[in-house]
Design a protein around this ligand. Structure first.
Ligand code: ADP
Length: 442
């Protein structure tokens, strides 16, 4: 079982990024100092090319330092924009002061890189900036000191190169604006969708919570009538009312538990206490508990195969998974047989719950494991669309998988696979990380 600890640990990638960041922080002042000395040296030599080139690199280095700070604060795009501009300006100046041909070639390559910068992630951006810095220093040192490899071209051509730099800058700005507009539109659509989902959820949740209250109220009234009647109360009838009332209370408790679990998962507070669990015993116990309810609804509940298997799981939470799958089979199974199997599959245990009910459209097979997602109309079947979401969080945190397969109209099969317990594995309390820090939960 993965057991994420509560103290944040840095990943290898984050550590590398941090080291690179520290290195750049250390290098930048040295580079600026070096360039200043270099510029003074070039001025003393009265070399226009060297002074201009060094000045350009100095400006670029300062822009780089600023972009690094922006990127560190999470403003990746602004950082990309700034370093992109600085590069273009620097290379355009380079074209005027240094080797024209070399600068023109670099300009074309850099303009391409700059255009894709808005899509570059933070660590990649840092690497890119580091390499670009090296190229620039190399350019000024080597190209500035050595005699030109080719004759400087006519002024006309140099102007063209500068114009190209301006065009690339404008293209970069337009692209950034376009990306921003697209992002804005997407986040607006996401926000609207989230509000619509929340509103729908509130209406479904209040309806679901209210549904058991009416029969509960009726049963309590009947019990009261029974007890206050002039004739002596009939214990059997009274117990019947109490039993019905308890069933409604159980439904309410289950709904509230699901809601609490979802908010715990969202906040990363759903704790798992893994231990060595005899899966066969657990499956038999849960099925026994379901037997009366299944019999009342006219279902046959069969344990087709059960091997003695041991896994490290949170026993209560794993019972909850099986509870959920069996409740769903009873809810959507149309009274037809429900079959359960527990078997080993190499180093994994495989649990399947199969029914012959309404089934699930293939387009919904993945979606139903997400929060609030349902494949049926609320008018025909009650439910919040949370059970399978919670199941998947529990199973995946135990190192397992859960999937659904179905032929609509012929039933559905839910398959849970879990790693079998190894002798050396040890239990630990683990907390599910917050939902949005893990894979796609929407
Ligand atoms: P709920 O049942 O409360 O809606 P779940 O998360 O348990 O929430 O299930 C999500 C959806 O998956 C259900 O609304 C239903 O459309 C579908 N589903 C789950 N189990 C079955 C099943 N055994 N047969 C058909 N559909 C199912």
């Amino acid at each position: 079982m993965t057991s994420p600890s509560r103290t944040p640990e840095l990943s290898e990638e984050a550590l590398k990024h941090l080291r690179l960041g520290q290195f750049l922080q250390f290098m930048l002042p040295i580079a600026v100092g070096f360039l200043l000395v270099y510029a003074v040296f070039a001025a003393v030599l009265r070399s226009v090319a060297l002074t201009g080139g060094t000045g350009a690199v100095l400006v670029y280095t300062l822009a780089l330092a600023r972009s690094r700070r922006l990127a560190a604060r999470g403003h990746t795009e602004r950082a990309a924009l700034l370093s992109g501009y600085a590069l273009l300006v620097m290379v355009a100046l380079g074209a005027l002061f240094l080797h024209f041909l070399f600068a023109a070639l670099v300009l074309i390559a850099l303009a391409g890189v700059v255009l894709v910068l808005p899509y570059v992630e933070r660590p990649a951006l840092a690497r890119y900036m580091f390499v670009a810095f090296g190229v620039v220093v190399w350019m000024v040192v080597v190209a500035g000191l050595l005699p030109p490899l080719v004759e400087q071209p006519p002024l006309e051509l140099q102007r063209w190169v500068s114009a190209l730099a301006v065009v690339a800058s404008v293209a970069l700005t337009l692209r950034m604006m376009w990306v921003d507009a697209l992002r804005l539109r997407q986040s607006l659509a996401r926000a609207e969708q989230a509000v619509a989902t929340r509103d729908e959820f509130l209406s479904v949740a209040s309806h679901e919570l209210k549904t058991p209250l009416t029969p509960l109220n009726l049963k309590l009234q009947a019990l009261r009538r029974e007890l206050s009647a002039p004739t002596p109360p009939c214990p059997e009838r009274g117990l019947g009312h109490i039993e019905m009332a308890q069933r409604q209370v159980k439904k309410l408790v289950e709904l509230v538990d699901d809601l609490l679990d979802v908010s715990r998962i969202g906040a990363g507070r759903l704790e798992l206490h893994p231990a060595k669990v005899e899966l066969e015993v657990l499956v038999r116990e849960v099925m026994e508990r379901f037997e009366p309810e299944a019999a009342r609804a006219g279902y046959s509940l069969e344990l087709e195969k059960a091997q003695p298997l041991v896994a490290w799981v949170d026993e209560v939470r794993f019972q909850q998974v099986l509870d959920n799958l069996l409740s769903n089979a009873l809810k959507y199974g149309e009274g037809k047989p429900i079959r359960v199997r527990l078997e080993s599959l190499g180093k994994r245990a495989r649990l399947t719950v199969r029914d012959e009910g309404i089934g699930i459209p293939s387009a919904a097979l993945e979606r139903i494991f997400r929060r609030f997602e349902r494949a049926v109309s609320g008018r025909h079947y009650g439910g919040l669309g949370l059970g399978l979401y919670i199941c998947r969080q529990i199973v995946e945190s135990s190192g397992g998988t859960i999937v659904a397969s179905s032929t609509p109209g012929e039933g559905a099969t839910f398959t849970v696979e879990l790693p079998l317990a190894q002798e050396e594995s040890a239990p630990a309390v683990s907390t599910l990380p917050p939902a949005d820090s893990r894979h796609r939960i929407s």
